[in-house]
Design a protein around this ligand. Sequence first.
Ligand code: SF4
Ligand code: SF4
Ligand code: SF4
Length: 309
Amino acid sequence: MRRRSFLKMSLGGAIGAVALRPNSAAAWQSRAPADSYAALVDLTRCIGCRKCEQACQQEHDLPLPMKSFEDLTVLDNQRRPDAARFTVINRYHSGRVNPEGQLVADYVKVQCMHCQDPACASACITGALSKTAHGAVHYDVNKCIGCRYCMVACPFEIPAYEYHDPLTPRVMKCTFCEQRLREKQLPPACATICPTEAITFGKRSALLKLARRRLKEHPGRYIQQIYGENEVGGTSWLYLSAVPFSKLGFIPLPNKPLPKLTETLQHSLFSYLWSPALLFTLLSGLFFFNRRKQLQQPENSAGHAGGDV
Ligand code: SF4
Ligand code: SF4
Ligand code: SF4
C-alpha cells in the first residue's frame, strides 16, 4: 500500500472514531494566559551576528558547536534548532535593496514560538509540556515518557530529541529562559545580548502595540504583518519583517489553534483504548496532511500589505 493511501485510511479511521464516539470530548478551550510575556523580533534590525546563539548556549550550558560563534560561514546553509542548540540564525537573500540601492540579506532567528495554545502540549499524553502563566511552554522531563507525540504535533517542527542518549533522552527546545525570569527577573539571555536591540522582551499586549506603532510610523520599512499575532492562535515570539514572511522560511499557518483537533482526536481514541502506537500513526497522518495543505496555500492566510520593501 502506498504511504499516501495508508495515511488517508488511517486518518479516515480516526475521524470516523471521533464521529462515532458516544460522548465527544468536552468543548476545547484556549488555555492562553491573559497577558503573558513575549518577545518581538524586528528582523530589519538583525545583523546575523549570532550573539543570541552564543548567549543561549552559555545560559543553558549546551554543547559547544564544531565551528565558533564568530564563524559566519555557517550561515551559508539553512539550519534548524536541535538537541544541542535551542536557537539558530538563518540568512535569506530575498532581493531586498537598502536605500543606497545595495542588495541586503535578511536574517531570521528560529526557536520554539511558545504558542499561546501549544499543539505540543495538547498532544502530550502525560502533561510533560504545559503553557505557564508567564508565557513559556514548559517541559517537565520527569513526566516525559519519550513518546515524541509533541514532535509530530508541533506546526513549527521545533522539539528535538536526544537520540544519542539511550538512557535518559530528553525532548529539547527553547525554554524562553523561564528560570532566569522567575528567579532573577531578567529577560531571556538572547534578548539581553542582542547588540542591535532586534529582540524586545515584555508583555505581549505591549509588544503588539509597539509592533503596530512601528508599522504605522515606518510603512516603507515593514510589510504590514506581525507574524505570530494570530498564527495558530498566536505565539509568544512575534516578528516584524521588511519582506513577506513566506520568503524567509516562515511556514504559512492558519489562525485557528491546532490543539482543538489534536485533543478531540486523542480523547476519542483513548476512550476506545486504542494503542499509543496507533495513535502515533494517526497523529502523524493528520499532521502530514495538514502540512501538505498549508504548503499548498500560496500566501499566509493573514495576508500582507506588501510592496514596501
Ligand atoms: S512552537 Fe512547537 S514546541 Fe514550541 S510551543 Fe509551539 S507547538 Fe510547542
Ligand atoms: S529565550 Fe532563552 S532558551 Fe530561548 S532562544 Fe533565547 S536564550 Fe535560548
Ligand atoms: S544577537 Fe541580535 S542582531 Fe545578532 S543575530 Fe541575534 S537577533 Fe540578530
